[in-house]
Ligand binder design. Sequence first.
Ligand code: KG4
Length: 354
Amino acid sequence: MKHGHAPGVWLGIESSCDESTVALFDPARGLIGEWISSQIALHGEYGGVVPELAVREHLKNFPILLAEASEHPDWPSVREIAVTTGPGLAGCLALGLSAAKAIALALEIPMAGVNHLRAHAWSPFIALHAAGPDSFQKRLGRLLPHAGLLVSGGNTALFVIHANRWIELLGGTIDDAAGEALDKGAKLLGLGYPGGPQVELLAREGDATAFDFPRALPNRGDLNFSFSGLKTSLRYRVAGLEDGEVLNRRCDLCASYQAAVLDVLVRKSMFAIEQSGARSLGLSGGVANNRALRDRLAALAEQKHVEFLPAQPRHTGDNAGMIAFAGWTDPAPRPADPLGWTIAPSLALDASPT
Ligand code: KG4
Protein backbone atom coordinates (compact mmCIF):
# COMPACT_ATOMS: atom_id res chain seq x y z
CA MET A 1 0.00 0.00 0.00
CA LYS A 2 1.18 3.48 -0.75
CA HIS A 3 1.51 7.01 0.60
CA GLY A 4 -1.41 7.35 2.97
CA HIS A 5 -4.15 5.73 0.89
CA ALA A 6 -6.87 4.02 2.94
CA PRO A 7 -6.75 0.24 2.57
CA GLY A 8 -9.52 -0.99 0.34
CA VAL A 9 -10.60 -1.12 -3.25
CA TRP A 10 -10.27 1.65 -5.86
CA LEU A 11 -13.06 2.42 -8.28
CA GLY A 12 -11.74 3.63 -11.65
CA ILE A 13 -13.82 5.70 -14.08
CA GLU A 14 -12.69 6.59 -17.62
CA SER A 15 -14.80 8.56 -20.10
CA SER A 16 -12.30 10.75 -21.98
CA CYS A 17 -13.30 9.72 -25.50
CA ASP A 18 -15.40 6.92 -27.00
CA GLU A 19 -15.19 4.14 -24.39
CA SER A 20 -17.28 4.15 -21.22
CA THR A 21 -15.29 2.11 -18.72
CA VAL A 22 -15.29 1.23 -15.04
CA ALA A 23 -12.86 -0.92 -13.02
CA LEU A 24 -12.22 -2.15 -9.50
CA PHE A 25 -8.61 -2.38 -8.34
CA ASP A 26 -7.48 -3.93 -5.09
CA PRO A 27 -3.87 -2.99 -4.27
CA ALA A 28 -3.57 -6.30 -2.42
CA ARG A 29 -4.73 -8.37 -5.43
CA GLY A 30 -4.71 -6.35 -8.67
CA LEU A 31 -7.62 -5.59 -10.98
CA ILE A 32 -10.65 -7.51 -9.77
CA GLY A 33 -13.27 -6.22 -12.20
CA GLU A 34 -13.29 -4.36 -15.52
CA TRP A 35 -16.36 -3.22 -17.45
CA ILE A 36 -16.27 -1.54 -20.83
CA SER A 37 -18.76 -0.31 -23.37
CA SER A 38 -17.19 0.67 -26.68
CA GLN A 39 -18.74 3.17 -29.09
CA ILE A 40 -16.37 2.44 -31.97
CA ALA A 41 -19.04 0.98 -34.26
CA LEU A 42 -21.35 3.97 -33.69
CA HIS A 43 -18.70 6.58 -34.52
CA GLY A 44 -17.36 4.45 -37.38
CA GLU A 45 -20.41 5.44 -39.41
CA TYR A 46 -19.21 9.08 -39.25
CA GLY A 47 -15.51 8.32 -39.88
CA GLY A 48 -14.41 9.68 -36.48
CA VAL A 49 -15.60 10.42 -32.94
CA VAL A 50 -18.59 12.79 -32.76
CA PRO A 51 -18.29 14.48 -29.30
CA GLU A 52 -22.02 15.16 -28.92
CA LEU A 53 -22.86 11.52 -29.64
CA ALA A 54 -20.08 10.29 -27.33
CA VAL A 55 -21.52 12.28 -24.41
CA ARG A 56 -25.00 10.85 -24.99
CA GLU A 57 -23.59 7.32 -25.14
CA HIS A 58 -21.66 7.82 -21.89
CA LEU A 59 -24.82 9.14 -20.28
CA LYS A 60 -26.61 5.95 -21.32
CA ASN A 61 -23.77 3.53 -20.54
CA PHE A 62 -22.38 4.64 -17.20
CA PRO A 63 -25.46 3.86 -15.09
CA ILE A 64 -25.48 0.35 -16.59
CA LEU A 65 -21.75 -0.24 -16.07
CA LEU A 66 -21.84 1.19 -12.54
CA ALA A 67 -24.88 -0.93 -11.66
CA GLU A 68 -22.93 -4.02 -12.80
CA ALA A 69 -19.85 -2.96 -10.86
CA SER A 70 -21.94 -2.38 -7.73
CA GLU A 71 -23.03 -6.03 -7.89
CA HIS A 72 -19.40 -7.11 -7.47
CA PRO A 73 -18.79 -8.74 -4.06
CA ASP A 74 -15.97 -6.25 -3.35
CA TRP A 75 -18.02 -3.13 -4.09
CA PRO A 76 -18.64 -2.53 -0.36
CA SER A 77 -14.85 -2.29 0.08
CA VAL A 78 -14.52 0.66 -2.34
CA ARG A 79 -12.60 3.33 -0.41
CA GLU A 80 -11.34 5.70 -3.12
CA ILE A 81 -12.22 6.78 -6.67
CA ALA A 82 -9.82 7.47 -9.54
CA VAL A 83 -11.28 9.36 -12.48
CA THR A 84 -9.78 10.71 -15.69
CA THR A 85 -9.75 14.53 -15.65
CA GLY A 86 -7.83 14.97 -18.94
CA PRO A 87 -6.79 15.07 -21.64
CA GLY A 88 -9.89 14.27 -23.69
CA LEU A 89 -13.18 15.62 -24.97
CA ALA A 90 -14.53 18.23 -22.54
CA GLY A 91 -18.12 16.97 -22.40
CA CYS A 92 -17.02 13.36 -22.03
CA LEU A 93 -14.58 14.19 -19.24
CA ALA A 94 -17.18 16.32 -17.42
CA LEU A 95 -19.66 13.47 -17.45
CA GLY A 96 -17.22 10.95 -15.93
CA LEU A 97 -16.02 13.49 -13.37
CA SER A 98 -19.59 14.33 -12.33
CA ALA A 99 -20.38 10.64 -11.90
CA ALA A 100 -17.23 10.22 -9.78
CA LYS A 101 -18.07 13.22 -7.60
CA ALA A 102 -21.61 11.96 -7.05
CA ILE A 103 -20.35 8.53 -5.97
CA ALA A 104 -17.64 10.08 -3.75
CA LEU A 105 -20.30 12.21 -2.02
CA ALA A 106 -22.74 9.33 -1.65
CA LEU A 107 -20.13 6.89 -0.28
CA GLU A 108 -18.25 9.64 1.62
CA ILE A 109 -14.90 8.59 0.19
CA PRO A 110 -12.04 10.59 -1.39
CA MET A 111 -11.36 10.82 -5.10
CA ALA A 112 -8.27 11.39 -7.23
CA GLY A 113 -8.15 12.99 -10.66
CA VAL A 114 -5.93 11.04 -13.05
CA ASN A 115 -4.00 12.25 -16.09
CA HIS A 116 -5.00 9.80 -18.86
CA LEU A 117 -1.56 9.94 -20.47
CA ARG A 118 0.20 9.24 -17.21
CA ALA A 119 -2.14 6.29 -16.74
CA HIS A 120 -0.91 4.95 -20.09
CA ALA A 121 2.65 5.56 -18.88
CA TRP A 122 2.00 3.39 -15.81
CA SER A 123 -0.03 0.73 -17.67
CA PRO A 124 2.98 -1.58 -18.37
CA PHE A 125 3.31 -2.05 -14.60
CA ILE A 126 -0.22 -3.41 -14.09
CA ALA A 127 0.81 -6.97 -14.96
CA LEU A 128 3.95 -6.72 -12.83
CA HIS A 129 1.79 -5.71 -9.86
CA ALA A 130 -0.75 -8.47 -10.48
CA ALA A 131 2.04 -11.08 -10.57
CA GLY A 132 3.03 -10.25 -6.98
CA PRO A 133 1.21 -7.40 -5.20
CA ASP A 134 3.19 -7.87 -1.97
CA SER A 135 6.59 -7.41 -3.57
CA PHE A 136 5.48 -4.83 -6.18
CA GLN A 137 7.00 -1.76 -4.53
CA LYS A 138 10.36 -3.46 -4.19
CA ARG A 139 10.36 -4.73 -7.76
CA LEU A 140 9.18 -1.35 -9.08
CA GLY A 141 12.09 0.31 -7.26
CA ARG A 142 14.50 -1.98 -9.11
CA LEU A 143 12.96 -1.10 -12.51
CA LEU A 144 13.26 2.69 -12.09
CA PRO A 145 14.33 4.84 -13.80
CA HIS A 146 12.03 3.58 -16.54
CA ALA A 147 12.03 4.76 -20.16
CA GLY A 148 8.57 4.60 -21.72
CA LEU A 149 7.21 4.85 -25.25
CA LEU A 150 3.55 5.80 -25.51
CA VAL A 151 2.15 5.36 -29.02
CA SER A 152 -1.52 5.75 -29.84
CA GLY A 153 -3.81 7.31 -32.41
CA GLY A 154 -3.52 10.71 -30.75
CA ASN A 155 -0.18 10.62 -28.95
CA THR A 156 3.47 9.72 -29.39
CA ALA A 157 5.73 10.35 -26.43
CA LEU A 158 8.99 9.23 -24.90
CA PHE A 159 9.35 9.82 -21.18
CA VAL A 160 11.20 8.73 -18.07
CA ILE A 161 9.65 7.68 -14.79
CA HIS A 162 12.35 8.66 -12.31
CA ALA A 163 13.22 6.80 -9.12
CA ASN A 164 10.92 9.16 -7.14
CA ARG A 165 8.11 8.33 -9.66
CA TRP A 166 8.00 11.75 -11.27
CA ILE A 167 7.52 11.67 -15.01
CA GLU A 168 9.74 13.70 -17.33
CA LEU A 169 8.81 14.11 -20.97
CA LEU A 170 11.78 13.52 -23.29
CA GLY A 171 10.08 13.99 -26.62
CA GLY A 172 6.81 14.01 -28.47
CA THR A 173 5.53 14.33 -31.99
CA ILE A 174 5.69 17.69 -33.69
CA ASP A 175 2.93 16.72 -36.15
CA ASP A 176 1.15 13.36 -36.57
CA ALA A 177 1.08 10.68 -33.88
CA ALA A 178 2.52 7.26 -34.81
CA GLY A 179 -0.94 5.64 -34.95
CA GLU A 180 -2.25 8.56 -36.96
CA ALA A 181 0.62 8.13 -39.45
CA LEU A 182 -0.29 4.46 -39.85
CA ASP A 183 -4.02 5.28 -40.15
CA LYS A 184 -3.39 8.00 -42.76
CA GLY A 185 -0.99 5.74 -44.67
CA ALA A 186 -3.61 2.99 -44.67
CA LYS A 187 -6.19 5.43 -46.04
CA LEU A 188 -3.85 6.39 -48.91
CA LEU A 189 -3.58 2.68 -49.70
CA GLY A 190 -7.34 2.25 -49.72
CA LEU A 191 -7.50 0.34 -46.43
CA GLY A 192 -10.18 0.89 -43.77
CA TYR A 193 -10.04 2.63 -40.36
CA PRO A 194 -8.26 2.09 -38.00
CA GLY A 195 -5.47 1.35 -40.45
CA GLY A 196 -2.65 0.33 -38.08
CA PRO A 197 -3.76 -3.31 -37.65
CA GLN A 198 -4.41 -3.68 -41.41
CA VAL A 199 -1.02 -2.23 -42.33
CA GLU A 200 0.53 -4.69 -39.91
CA LEU A 201 -1.25 -7.68 -41.45
CA LEU A 202 -0.31 -6.80 -45.04
CA ALA A 203 3.23 -5.84 -43.99
CA ARG A 204 3.82 -9.42 -42.85
CA GLU A 205 3.53 -10.54 -46.48
CA GLY A 206 5.68 -7.73 -47.90
CA ASP A 207 9.31 -6.71 -48.39
CA ALA A 208 10.27 -3.85 -46.04
CA THR A 209 13.17 -2.84 -48.30
CA ALA A 210 11.08 -2.59 -51.48
CA PHE A 211 10.43 1.16 -51.08
CA ASP A 212 12.70 3.73 -49.50
CA PHE A 213 10.73 6.03 -47.17
CA PRO A 214 12.30 8.89 -45.15
CA ARG A 215 13.15 8.60 -41.45
CA ALA A 216 12.83 12.06 -39.85
CA LEU A 217 14.89 13.68 -37.06
CA PRO A 218 17.57 10.99 -36.78
CA ASN A 219 19.85 12.99 -34.40
CA ARG A 220 20.82 11.34 -31.16
CA GLY A 221 20.01 14.40 -29.05
CA ASP A 222 16.52 14.97 -30.44
CA LEU A 223 13.80 12.73 -29.06
CA ASN A 224 10.94 14.41 -30.91
CA PHE A 225 9.10 12.69 -33.74
CA SER A 226 7.78 13.87 -37.08
CA PHE A 227 5.71 11.65 -39.36
CA SER A 228 4.14 14.12 -41.78
CA GLY A 229 7.04 13.91 -44.28
CA LEU A 230 6.71 10.15 -44.35
CA LYS A 231 3.00 10.39 -45.08
CA THR A 232 3.65 12.89 -47.89
CA SER A 233 6.31 10.60 -49.31
CA LEU A 234 3.80 7.74 -49.43
CA ARG A 235 1.27 10.01 -51.15
CA TYR A 236 3.80 10.79 -53.93
CA ARG A 237 4.73 7.12 -54.25
CA VAL A 238 1.11 6.10 -54.62
CA ALA A 239 0.45 8.93 -57.10
CA GLY A 240 3.39 7.69 -59.17
CA LEU A 241 2.00 4.15 -59.45
CA GLU A 242 -0.83 2.84 -61.63
CA ASP A 243 -3.96 1.85 -59.65
CA GLY A 244 -3.41 -1.84 -60.33
CA GLU A 245 0.22 -1.53 -59.30
CA VAL A 246 -0.73 0.02 -55.95
CA LEU A 247 -2.96 -2.97 -55.32
CA ASN A 248 -0.31 -5.47 -56.47
CA ARG A 249 2.40 -3.90 -54.37
CA ARG A 250 0.26 -3.13 -51.33
CA CYS A 251 2.10 -5.60 -49.09
CA ASP A 252 5.51 -4.14 -50.02
CA LEU A 253 4.20 -0.60 -49.54
CA CYS A 254 2.79 -1.50 -46.11
CA ALA A 255 5.96 -3.30 -45.06
CA SER A 256 8.22 -0.42 -46.16
CA TYR A 257 5.97 2.27 -44.65
CA GLN A 258 5.56 0.43 -41.34
CA ALA A 259 9.32 -0.16 -41.18
CA ALA A 260 9.93 3.59 -41.55
CA VAL A 261 7.57 4.34 -38.62
CA LEU A 262 9.03 1.55 -36.47
CA ASP A 263 12.67 2.41 -37.23
CA VAL A 264 12.17 5.89 -35.81
CA LEU A 265 10.27 4.63 -32.74
CA VAL A 266 12.91 2.00 -31.96
CA ARG A 267 15.87 4.28 -32.59
CA LYS A 268 14.50 7.06 -30.34
CA SER A 269 13.64 4.51 -27.66
CA MET A 270 17.29 3.46 -27.72
CA PHE A 271 18.39 7.09 -27.25
CA ALA A 272 15.88 7.44 -24.39
CA ILE A 273 17.34 4.40 -22.60
CA GLU A 274 20.88 5.72 -23.09
CA GLN A 275 20.04 9.28 -21.94
CA SER A 276 18.07 8.28 -18.87
CA GLY A 277 20.13 5.33 -17.67
CA ALA A 278 16.85 3.39 -17.63
CA ARG A 279 16.61 -0.06 -16.10
CA SER A 280 13.40 -0.91 -17.93
CA LEU A 281 11.60 -0.03 -21.14
CA GLY A 282 7.81 0.29 -21.35
CA LEU A 283 5.46 0.28 -24.32
CA SER A 284 1.87 1.54 -24.08
CA GLY A 285 -1.05 2.87 -26.17
CA GLY A 286 -2.93 1.34 -29.12
CA VAL A 287 0.11 0.93 -31.41
CA ALA A 288 1.65 -1.26 -28.68
CA ASN A 289 -0.51 -4.03 -30.19
CA ASN A 290 1.77 -4.08 -33.21
CA ARG A 291 3.72 -7.31 -32.98
CA ALA A 292 6.63 -6.11 -35.09
CA LEU A 293 7.08 -3.13 -32.75
CA ARG A 294 6.87 -5.32 -29.66
CA ASP A 295 9.43 -7.75 -31.11
CA ARG A 296 11.84 -5.00 -32.08
CA LEU A 297 11.61 -3.26 -28.69
CA ALA A 298 12.04 -6.60 -26.91
CA ALA A 299 15.24 -7.12 -28.93
CA LEU A 300 16.42 -3.58 -28.11
CA ALA A 301 15.77 -4.14 -24.40
CA GLU A 302 17.77 -7.36 -24.50
CA GLN A 303 20.64 -5.64 -26.27
CA LYS A 304 20.61 -2.82 -23.69
CA HIS A 305 20.20 -5.23 -20.74
CA VAL A 306 16.99 -3.61 -19.53
CA GLU A 307 13.68 -5.28 -18.75
CA PHE A 308 10.96 -4.92 -21.40
CA LEU A 309 7.47 -4.21 -20.10
CA PRO A 310 4.79 -4.00 -22.82
CA ALA A 311 1.27 -3.12 -21.65
CA GLN A 312 -1.18 -6.03 -21.90
CA PRO A 313 -3.44 -5.67 -24.96
CA ARG A 314 -6.56 -4.98 -22.87
CA HIS A 315 -4.77 -2.06 -21.21
CA THR A 316 -3.53 -0.39 -24.41
CA GLY A 317 -6.77 1.42 -25.31
CA ASP A 318 -8.97 3.60 -23.11
CA ASN A 319 -9.64 1.57 -19.98
CA ALA A 320 -10.53 2.34 -16.38
CA GLY A 321 -8.17 -0.38 -15.12
CA MET A 322 -5.15 1.78 -15.88
CA ILE A 323 -6.90 4.82 -14.37
CA ALA A 324 -7.51 3.03 -11.05
CA PHE A 325 -3.96 1.68 -11.09
CA ALA A 326 -2.46 5.14 -11.76
CA GLY A 327 -4.70 6.68 -9.08
CA TRP A 328 -3.05 4.32 -6.64
CA THR A 329 0.53 4.45 -7.90
CA ASP A 330 1.10 7.92 -9.42
CA PRO A 331 2.09 10.45 -6.74
CA ALA A 332 0.35 13.47 -8.34
CA PRO A 333 -0.57 16.35 -6.01
CA ARG A 334 -4.25 16.78 -5.13
CA PRO A 335 -6.43 19.83 -4.56
CA ALA A 336 -7.20 20.67 -0.91
CA ASP A 337 -10.91 20.18 -1.54
CA PRO A 338 -11.44 16.49 -2.48
CA LEU A 339 -14.27 17.53 -4.77
CA GLY A 340 -12.25 20.43 -6.21
CA TRP A 341 -11.15 18.46 -9.30
CA THR A 342 -12.00 19.96 -12.64
CA ILE A 343 -11.57 18.83 -16.24
CA ALA A 344 -8.39 19.55 -18.22
CA PRO A 345 -9.08 18.67 -21.90
CA SER A 346 -5.52 19.57 -23.02
CA LEU A 347 -3.51 18.14 -20.12
CA ALA A 348 0.08 17.20 -21.09
CA LEU A 349 1.80 13.96 -20.10
CA ASP A 350 4.16 15.69 -17.69
CA ALA A 351 1.45 17.80 -16.02
CA SER A 352 -0.38 16.97 -12.81
CA PRO A 353 -4.12 16.46 -13.13
CA THR A 354 -6.23 19.42 -12.02
O1 KG4 B 1 -4.81 4.07 -27.91
P1 KG4 B 1 -5.78 4.01 -29.03
O2 KG4 B 1 -6.99 3.16 -28.89
O3 KG4 B 1 -6.18 5.36 -29.47
C1 KG4 B 1 -6.40 6.59 -29.50
O4 KG4 B 1 -5.45 7.37 -29.39
O5 KG4 B 1 -7.61 6.87 -29.68
O6 KG4 B 1 -4.99 3.56 -30.32
C2 KG4 B 1 -5.56 3.50 -31.58
C3 KG4 B 1 -4.41 3.55 -32.56
C4 KG4 B 1 -4.89 3.64 -34.00
O7 KG4 B 1 -4.09 4.61 -34.64
C5 KG4 B 1 -4.60 2.25 -34.54
O8 KG4 B 1 -4.32 2.23 -35.93
C6 KG4 B 1 -3.39 1.84 -33.74
O9 KG4 B 1 -3.63 2.35 -32.45
N1 KG4 B 1 -3.23 0.38 -33.69
C7 KG4 B 1 -2.23 -0.27 -34.30
C8 KG4 B 1 -2.44 -1.64 -34.04
N2 KG4 B 1 -3.56 -1.78 -33.28
C9 KG4 B 1 -4.02 -0.50 -33.07
N3 KG4 B 1 -1.21 0.19 -35.03
C10 KG4 B 1 -0.36 -0.73 -35.52
N4 KG4 B 1 -0.49 -2.06 -35.35
C11 KG4 B 1 -1.51 -2.56 -34.61
N5 KG4 B 1 -1.62 -3.87 -34.44
